[in-house]
Design a protein around this ligand. Structure first.
Ligand code: ZN
Ligand code: ZN
Length: 166
């Protein structure tokens, strides 16, 4: 019984980035101390978690300034409004010198519709920390058509109708 409870708690505290670590031992460290993500992938994961948790100040602070193009916290919040981020899959990470690219797929639900965003994100290392510059959306991004009995993309192991689309 105790084990089940602990596991449940662990799931509840799990980091949204899918690392299987508790949030407090994962992206929360970066969210609390901007600029400390040690790799482009760690920064990318922490930005995903920040979107999932609505920490738009972090998203903005980790944007390279010349790529913000008038973005601010309220614009970020508006564009993310109603979207629930369900799952992150990091596909690859390549780096050379102060530049890095991270390829990932992020799954979300908006108005009971599921979406996948397949992106190649670019990062730059400067002044001792990684920043996001821009992302290129890849083919295959967009709505995922799922039936009620398909497995939920949040990886809960439950059917869509009993999980995120309930
Ligand atoms: Zn994390
Ligand atoms: Zn689900």
């Amino acid at each position: 019984m105790c084990v089940t409870k602990e596991l449940k708690n662990m799931n509840k505290n799990a980091c949204p980035c899918g690392s299987k670590l508790p949030y407090s031992a994962c992206c929360e460290i970066y969210h609390a101390h901007h600029g400390t993500a040690s790799t482009a992938q760690a920064l990318m994961r922490s930005r995903y978690s920040a979107y999932a948790l609505g920490l738009y100040d972090y998203v903005l602070a980790t944007y390279a300034s010349e790529f913000r193009q008038g973005l601010n916290e309220s614009k970020l919040s508006e564009s993310d409004n109603g979207t629930q981020w369900l799952h992150l899959e990091v596909i690859s990470e390549t780096s050379s010198g102060t530049c890095a690219t991270v390829e990932f797929k992020a799954t979300s639900i908006f108005n009971k519709h599921f979406y996948v965003m397949h992106e190649l994100s670019q990062f730059v290392f400067r002044e001792g920390q990684w920043f996001y510059t821009k992302g290129d959306i890849q083919a295959g991004s967009g709505e995922i058509k799922l039936g009620r009995n398909d497995l939920c993309p949040c990886r809960s192991g439950k059917k869509v109708k009993r999980c995120c689309r309930r």
